[in-house]
Ligand binder design. Sequence first.
Ligand SMILES: [Zn+2]
Length: 239
Amino acid sequence: MSPVRNTSRWECLSISEPAVAQSALAACAQTAAWQAALAAEPPVANADEALQRLIEGNQRYVANKAIRPNQTESRRVEVAKGQYPFASILGCADSRVPSEIIFDRGLGDLFIIRTAGQVLDDAVMGSIEFGAKVLGIPLILVLGHERCGAVDATIGALQKHAEVEGSIGALVEGIKPAVEKAKEQPGDLLDNAVRANVELGVVNLKKSPVLAKLLRENKLKIVGGHYDLDTGAVDFMVF
Ligand SMILES: [Zn+2]
């Protein structure tokens, strides 16, 4: 089994202020329970268990109770022999949305592909298919986020009919269908486009014959997610 970082335990034992001791003890008990659970963590049996690990990791992160599992030297040695990640994440390249941090995971846990606006091209699709088919990853998460700059830039480029430089045009083309869909909806255009971009990402992944076969065989689930930059919370969406 993989040892987990025990710094939190040390911090727990160091608390000496009586006024904060009671609430701190309760928090420490929760942290200890999480550490014990992660120390005995078996491989996931299915997509639902994988999703639960993402949910719980994000809850720790949001509560400022991250325990940073699987980031030890022994974990590095263990996964050097082979990788068995439990989830693939197609996320945005935005520097504020690093998957291992916001889901409180470590080495060998997550198979991550990030492009601006989580745009899906052939290389990205091939990577995700490899994760599902070859590595046997049971869960794929398409993760968008609040105030996505790539989506915002696409809205701006389309409104101004502006030329974009270099290969940035490929990003605009990839995000454009989500903006077009969001234009038909009431409310905030950027927020709606971000959410539409997640939904279309899930829809487009499901068009892959490789992934569709695994979905039919109940060996795979594909879900969406929306990350709140302010709170750190991820809302999961099933389409
Ligand atoms: Zn973004």
